[in-house]
Ligand binder design. Structure first.
Ligand SMILES: [Zn+2]
Length: 109
Protein backbone atom coordinates (compact mmCIF):
# COMPACT_ATOMS: atom_id res chain seq x y z
CA UNK A 1 0.00 0.00 0.00
CA UNK A 2 1.40 3.38 -0.97
CA UNK A 3 0.24 6.93 -1.57
CA UNK A 4 1.52 8.46 -4.79
CA UNK A 5 0.89 11.60 -6.81
CA UNK A 6 -0.94 10.83 -10.06
CA UNK A 7 -0.41 13.35 -12.86
CA UNK A 8 -3.31 12.96 -15.28
CA UNK A 9 -3.09 13.74 -19.00
CA UNK A 10 -5.41 16.74 -18.50
CA UNK A 11 -2.79 18.44 -16.31
CA UNK A 12 -4.52 17.86 -12.95
CA UNK A 13 -2.89 15.88 -10.15
CA UNK A 14 -4.07 14.15 -7.02
CA UNK A 15 -2.73 11.79 -4.41
CA UNK A 16 -4.03 8.26 -4.76
CA UNK A 17 -3.59 5.19 -2.61
CA UNK A 18 -2.36 2.09 -4.43
CA UNK A 19 -2.58 -1.46 -3.19
CA UNK A 20 -0.92 -4.72 -4.15
CA UNK A 21 2.55 -5.65 -5.40
CA UNK A 22 4.90 -2.90 -6.66
CA UNK A 23 4.71 -3.83 -10.35
CA UNK A 24 0.91 -3.79 -10.27
CA UNK A 25 0.90 -0.39 -8.56
CA UNK A 26 3.22 1.07 -11.21
CA UNK A 27 1.03 -0.29 -14.02
CA UNK A 28 -2.12 1.08 -12.41
CA UNK A 29 -0.53 4.51 -11.92
CA UNK A 30 0.70 4.60 -15.55
CA UNK A 31 -2.78 3.58 -16.76
CA UNK A 32 -4.39 6.35 -14.69
CA UNK A 33 -1.90 8.93 -15.98
CA UNK A 34 -2.86 8.17 -19.59
CA UNK A 35 -6.43 9.24 -18.77
CA UNK A 36 -8.29 12.25 -17.44
CA UNK A 37 -8.77 13.12 -13.78
CA UNK A 38 -12.19 12.14 -12.37
CA UNK A 39 -13.60 15.70 -12.72
CA UNK A 40 -12.42 16.13 -16.32
CA UNK A 41 -13.67 12.63 -17.17
CA UNK A 42 -17.15 13.45 -15.84
CA UNK A 43 -17.14 16.76 -17.74
CA UNK A 44 -16.07 15.03 -20.98
CA UNK A 45 -18.75 12.36 -20.54
CA UNK A 46 -21.42 15.02 -19.97
CA UNK A 47 -20.30 16.95 -23.06
CA UNK A 48 -20.49 13.72 -25.06
CA UNK A 49 -24.03 13.05 -23.82
CA UNK A 50 -25.11 16.63 -24.59
CA UNK A 51 -23.70 16.38 -28.14
CA UNK A 52 -25.32 12.99 -28.86
CA UNK A 53 -27.67 13.46 -31.79
CA UNK A 54 -28.53 9.82 -32.40
CA UNK A 55 -32.28 9.23 -32.71
CA UNK A 56 -34.08 8.36 -29.49
CA UNK A 57 -35.45 4.85 -29.40
CA UNK A 58 -37.78 3.51 -26.73
CA UNK A 59 -37.47 -0.15 -25.75
CA UNK A 60 -40.52 -1.60 -24.01
CA UNK A 61 -40.45 -4.79 -21.95
CA UNK A 62 -43.03 -6.63 -19.91
CA UNK A 63 -41.92 -7.89 -16.50
CA UNK A 64 -44.07 -10.81 -15.44
CA UNK A 65 -41.73 -12.00 -12.68
CA UNK A 66 -43.97 -10.82 -9.85
CA UNK A 67 -47.32 -11.58 -11.46
CA UNK A 68 -48.15 -14.26 -8.89
CA UNK A 69 -47.50 -11.96 -5.93
CA UNK A 70 -48.96 -8.70 -7.15
CA UNK A 71 -51.39 -9.83 -9.82
CA UNK A 72 -50.08 -6.88 -11.76
CA UNK A 73 -48.05 -6.43 -14.89
CA UNK A 74 -45.08 -4.08 -14.82
CA UNK A 75 -44.26 -2.44 -18.12
CA UNK A 76 -40.79 -0.91 -18.47
CA UNK A 77 -39.97 1.65 -21.13
CA UNK A 78 -36.33 2.63 -21.57
CA UNK A 79 -35.31 5.46 -23.89
CA UNK A 80 -31.85 5.23 -25.47
CA UNK A 81 -29.78 7.35 -27.82
CA UNK A 82 -29.64 11.15 -27.75
CA UNK A 83 -32.01 11.48 -24.82
CA UNK A 84 -30.40 14.60 -23.36
CA UNK A 85 -31.71 16.91 -26.10
CA UNK A 86 -35.17 15.31 -25.71
CA UNK A 87 -35.08 15.50 -21.92
CA UNK A 88 -38.10 17.81 -21.49
CA UNK A 89 -40.21 15.91 -24.05
CA UNK A 90 -39.40 12.61 -22.34
CA UNK A 91 -40.25 14.09 -18.93
CA UNK A 92 -43.61 15.23 -20.31
CA UNK A 93 -44.26 11.61 -21.28
CA UNK A 94 -43.52 10.48 -17.71
CA UNK A 95 -39.92 9.35 -18.13
CA UNK A 96 -37.40 10.10 -15.42
CA UNK A 97 -33.64 9.83 -15.45
CA UNK A 98 -32.11 7.26 -13.15
CA UNK A 99 -28.81 8.86 -12.08
CA UNK A 100 -27.83 5.89 -9.94
CA UNK A 101 -27.58 3.65 -12.97
CA UNK A 102 -24.31 3.05 -14.74
CA UNK A 103 -26.19 3.05 -18.01
CA UNK A 104 -26.04 6.52 -19.49
CA UNK A 105 -29.42 6.85 -21.12
CA UNK A 106 -31.88 5.00 -18.95
CA UNK A 107 -35.26 6.55 -18.51
CA UNK A 108 -37.93 4.65 -16.61
CA UNK A 109 -41.68 5.10 -16.65
ZN1 LIG B 1 -8.51 17.16 -15.03
Amino acid sequence: MAWEMVNYSCGHSERQQFYGPGAGRVQKKEWMERGLCPDCYRKAQMEKVMADETPVTIRVSLNTANLADNKAILINAVAEGGTYREKENLKALGFCFDRSSNVRDVWLV
